[in-house]
Design a protein around this ligand. Structure first.
Ligand code: DAH
Length: 318
């Protein structure tokens, strides 16, 4: 028996000693208890020391700054679970490749943005209450972790506008992480993912937009879907729509069970103008929606908080 095992046995014996306290005459119980406690503390102390010593001898120190491979010879009990891709990232890749197959370019969003890209460039009037609707976080310097991927619209338009002069169209999707200062519950997270789409050409229409969105959702869920739209309001699109799909039967949906998947609309002339695109010559449409919600529906997940919780039991399911 190792020293550590012996100490642990001793502790066990001592613990049974507590039951004997009832047999001790009342006037001696205090002393009996105090002695027992003191012994227990001493043994716990010895156990801690022995455990630390065991660790020192059993585990070779590793160089945590070393490049991959250098520390590979670790004791067996230290062998780590293989890491894997987070389910949201796997799904985001699927989302992106569907759009890429449809001819879209991809531009990544950012983790920190500013007032101009969050609001001004998207035609939010100064001091307009609609700005409050986005529950933005702010840094001490006044920067904004983006509350939606629409913060990238202005950059997409400016970066790609020379394509229009070449007689081509702008077709870009922007996946990104977004942040909102709101109460967290099963359907709301402070951190989630969105994917934005921006399309501009000489004569595109809302019909084209709905066709693209239908195609995307049918590819993503690998089945035909019923879609529906209803009017919405966003300062950066006019008209604006909320795009819904009927929850597929295979995913537990009933007839008429429509879910809102994203916001979309024809890009507001002011947004095009601010990026130096003439709205009398070009038209565009844009959309943006949550990736988490998309994935939750695909896998029948009920609680959005799983994605950010880092719970291995959840992650290993994928
Ligand atoms: N950014 C909006 C949101 O997060 C969604 C959205 C609506 C994006 C309309 C768009 C759009 O590109 O045209 O609530």
């Amino acid at each position: 028996m190792t020293e550590l095992e012996e100490l642990k046995q001793e502790l066990k014996k001592l613990n049974t000693g507590y039951a004997k306290i009832r047999e001790v005459p009342a006037e001696k119980r205090g002393e009996f208890g105090r002695e027992l406690n003191a012994k227990k503390l001493a043994i716990l102390d010895q156990i801690r020391v022995a455990e630390e010593a065991a660790l020192d001898t059993e585990v070779e120190a590793i160089d945590i700054t070393a490049p991959c491979g250098v520390n590979e010879k670790m004791p067996e009990f230290y062998s780590v679970l293989d890491g894997s891709k987070h389910p949201l990232m796997t799904e985001l890749d699927r989302v992106i490749s569907i759009y890429q197959l449809m001819g879209f370019d991809v531009m990544e969003s950012r983790q920190l943005d500013d007032e101009f890209h969050m609001f001004d460039s998207l035609n939010f009037a100064a001091e307009h209450p609609a700005r409050d609707g986005y529950d933005t976080f702010r840094t001490e310097e006044g920067l904004i972790p983006p509350a939606h991927t629409s913060t990238m619209q202005h950059r997409v338009l400016k970066t790609y506008k020379n394509r229009l002069a070449q007689g081509k169209e702008i077709a870009v999707v922007v996946p990104g992480r977004v942040y909102r200062n709101e109460d967290v519950d099963a359907t709301h997270e402070h951190t989630f993912y969105q994917c934005e789409g921006v399309y501009v050409s000489k004569n595109c229409t809302m019909g084209d937009m709905l066709g693209i969105l239908r195609e995307f959702f049918e590819k993503y869920y690998e089945q035909k879907l019923n879609i529906r739209t209803q009017p919405g309001y966003f300062p950066f699109t006019e008209p604006s729509l909320e795009f819904m799909i009927e929850k597929p039967k295979a995913l537990g949906g009933k007839k008429g069970d429509f879910l809102e998947m994203l916001g979309c609309g024809m890009i507001h002339p002011n947004v095009l103008k601010m990026a130096g695109i003439d709205p009398s010559e070009y038209h565009g449409f844009a959309w943006g929606g949550g990736i988490d919600r998309l994935v939750m529906l695909r896998y029948g997940l009920k609680d959005v908080r799983h994605f950010e919780a880092g719970n291995l039991n959840f992650l290993k399911e994928f």
